[in-house]
Design a protein around this ligand. Structure first.
Ligand code: GNR
Ligand code: NI
Length: 177
C-alpha cells in the first residue's frame, strides 16, 4: 500500500497509450491497491494508472468519496471499483455535459459533453470478465479514465480558446504556489 506521486501536464506520459494487462496477478492487484490509496489521498473520484506513471490499462473509480458527510468515517461511505482492460463497446446517441476536473490538471474545470451512457467490458481483480452499461457520472468518469489510457485529456474535448485560458490559469497557479 502506497500513495504514489501523480503525473501532471505537460508530462509526455499523459500522451502515451497504455498497454493491456496480459495477466491479472498479484502485481496488478498491488497496483490497484496503490491506485486506491493515491486516489483517496487526492480526493479524486477516478484514477487511471498512467496518472501514476504506470503505462498499463488499469482504472479505479469511487464516486462516493466526495459525498462523505462531515464527521462520518470515510470508509463507511466508500464504493471502490476497479477495471482492468476496460473497453467501450457502444455509446448512446444522447449526450450529457459535466463540469470535469482532472488530478493531472490541478484545480482546473471545464464543461465537457460526452455520450450520456456507455457499455463497457473489463476484467475484475480475479480476471473475471464483466459487461455493463453505465450512465450518469459513472459513465462520464469511465469515459474520462479510458481517455487517459489512450493519451487523451478532458481539455482535448473543449475549444482551443478555453483550453488556452485554462492552461494559463494553471501556469499562474503554479508560479504563485
Ligand atoms: O476527480 C475527478 N473528478 C472528475 C469530475 C468530473 C469528471 C471526471 C472526473 S475524474 C477526476 C479524477 C481524474 O483525474 N481521473 O482521471
Ligand atoms: Ni483525469
Amino acid at each position: 500500500m502506497a500513495i504514489l506521486p501523480i503525473v501532471e501536464v505537460p508530462d509526455a506520459r499523459l500522451r502515451e497509450t497504455a498497454a493491456p494487462v496480459a495477466e491479472v496477478d498479484d502485481e496488478v492487484r498491488g497496483i490497484v491497491a496503490d491506485m486506491f490509496d493515491t486516489m483517496y489521498d487526492a480526493h479524486g473520484i477516478g484514477l487511471a494508472a498512467v496518472q501514476v506513471g504506470i503505462m498499463r490499462r488499469i482504472v479505479v473509480i469511487d464516486l462516493q468519496d466526495r459525498e462523505v458527510e462531515e464527521g462520518a468515517p470515510r470508509e463507511a461511505a466508500r464504493d471502490p471499483r476497479s477495471y482492468i482492460n476496460p473497453e467501450i463497446v457502444s455509446v448512446s446517441d444522447e449526450l450529457s455535459t459535466y463540469n470535469e476536473g482532472c488530478l493531472s490538471i490541478p484545480e482546473q474545470y471545464a464543461e465537457v459533453t460526452r455520450p450520456a451512457r456507455c457499455r463497457v467490458t473489463w476484467l475484475d481483480t480475479q480476471g473475471q470478465r464483466h459487461e455493463e452499461e453505465f450512465d450518469g457520472l459513472l459513465s462520464t468518469c469511465m469515459q474520462h479514465e479510458i481517455d487517459h489510457l489512450n493519451g487523451v485529456l478532458f481539455i482535448d474535448h473543449i475549444s482551443r480558446l478555453k483550453r488556452g485560458m485554462l492552461m494559463k490559469k494553471l501556469d499562474k497557479l503554479r508560479k504563485l504556489g
